[in-house]
Design a protein around this ligand. Structure first.
Ligand SMILES: Cc1cc2nc3c(=O)[nH]c(=O)nc-3n(C[C@H](O)[C@H](O)[C@H](O)COP(=O)(O)O)c2cc1C
Length: 416
């Protein structure tokens, strides 16, 4: 089942009578796990108040391209930021306009950006969907039909409209779909099907190398990136196994999770799960060294100095890349400097297909941050995935891997 967990939905509301259903739609999207921010056109505010939408979304409500601040910031006395429309467009995992009026559809079809909502739709790099809602005659008007066709050709998703009795008393096509159906279709926007039927094994989080029964060596990995990749791979239709070190994160939907602690346990779990998988993504921050012999009882504070002898842990990524047949193997290189050069060295040393280099140890990026950027280093070249929320970044990485697999399958067919 498609899911809205961890999705950021920008809900555009235009000036139609069906706007009275918008608070219900916000609730349905939130019940599915999404974070929802509302954007109203000037006409929409004649039908529904920003205050209501702020209350049900628990997020700022946006109305104007210029000048005014979002409702909640006005309430808290904060200041609106310039270029907020671009930030909002980048924030969204999907833009859904419901209800979408005939007027809004016409403006969008012309590529206009004369208010906040049309500007956001033009600036969004995420999927955009519209749920038309209007009188049946307005819907069937050739002008509306040709505008909708233009939008469809431009890659916008169309939710409905439905058929039936209308607020104006007429009967026919043009009814907005019910909020429960719009929420379900919104979840479906993320189901790319790019890895349909393929097996993907992913590692995530830190490892824990015991020093004694209560102490251990670990690192600052939160597991967020690996978990986001697992969720993105499941959305792409893959059978996903996530082998996770100790994290505070909930299991992603539709993902088989195997929890481990040490690097050796992770190695064993990977080799149990990876056979038959087409993709292996090593996003865990695995300890390079572990104590040679963990104490069986708690080490007491006696002497002034204590020396721990460490030994190398097994190299999980290189061991998977050396399998025959080997899955498409992706490693991560968390670097504090020289990301590209270090990623290239790792690519060659581990004989993997792709190294995703990322900068850590800087504020707002890397291990514990919500956002990150990646440099995808392959034998054939380098692709930059710019800084964005880890959930979006994960989808971009899965899309990249899916393209590489598709190209490989094409080459195999050509040779056959
Ligand atoms: C009472 C009332 C109800 C309306 N209902 C709709 C509607 O359901 N669908 C629609 O496309 N336009 C409807 N309109 C017309 C739009 O509000 C009008 O075209 C407006 O310019 C839309 O602006 P917007 O697209 O920026 O929100 C209605 C107007 C009024 C006065």
């Amino acid at each position: 089942m498609a899911t809205l967990v961890n999705k950021r939905i920008l809900l555009g509301i235009t000036g139609g009578i069906a706007a009275y259903k918008s608070p219900d739609l916000v609730r349905r999207l939130r019940e599915g796990g999404a974070e929802v921010r509302c954007v109203l056109t000037r006409a929409a505010a004649e039908f529904i108040t920003p205050l209501t939408l702020h209350a049900v979304s628990d997020q700022p409500v946006y109305q104007n391209l210029f000048g005014e601040q979002p409702t909640s910031e006005v309430v808290s006395g904060g200041e609106a930021k310039a270029m907020e429309h671009i930030e909002l467009a980048r924030w969204a995992d999907a833009v859904v306009v419901a209800p979408a009026s005939a007027d809004f559809i016409a403006r969008l079809a012309q590529g206009r950006a004369d208010d906040l909502l049309t500007t956001l739709c033009l600036a969004a790099d995420a999927p955009v969907a519209i749920a038309p809602a209007m009188n049946q005659q307005m819907w069937q008007n050739p002008a509306t039909q040709s505008n909708v066709e233009t939008l469809r050709r431009n890659g916008l998703h169309l939710f409905g409209p439905g058929d039936g009795s209308q607020a104006c008393g007429e009967v026919g096509p043009g009814r907005m779909l019910e909020p429960v159906d719009i929420a379900r279709l919104t979840a479906g926007l993320f189901e790319s099907g790019e890895l349909e039927g393929l097996g993907v094994v992913i590692t995530a989080g830190p490892t824990w190398e015991a020093i004694d029964p209560v102490r251990g060596i670990t690192n600052k990995s939160s597991g967020k990136m690996g978990y986001a990749i697992a969720a993105a791979a499941a959305e792409a239709g893959a059978r996903v196994t996530l082998i996770s070190g100790p994290t505070a994160l909930a299991d992603p939907d539709r993902v088989k999770v195997v929890r481990v602690a040490s690097a050796q346990e992770m190695y064993d779990a990977v080799h149990t799960q990876v056979h038959g998988a087409q993709v292996f993504i090593a996003a865990a921050a695995v300890a390079d060294y572990r104590p040679v012999a963990p104490a069986t009882t708690k080490i007491k504070k006696k002497s002034e100095h204590l020396t721990l002898e460490l030994v190398r842990t097994p190299d999980i990524l290189a061991s998977v890349a050396a399998l025959t047949p080997a899955p498409f193997a992706v490693g991560f290189a968390a670097e504090t400097e020289n990301v590209e050069a270090n990623a290239r060295t790792k690519l060659a040393a581990k004989k993997v297909d792709l190294i995703a280099g990322n900068l850590v140890g800087v504020p707002d990026r890397g291990f514990e941050a919500e956002d990150n950027g990646l440099l995808l280093v392959e034998a054939t070249g380098v692709t930059e995935l710019p800084i964005q929320p880890k959930t979006k970044l994960a989808r971009a990485l899965i899309h990249h891997v899916a393209q590489r697999l598709a190209a490989r399958r094409g080459q195999t067919r050509e040779r056959a």
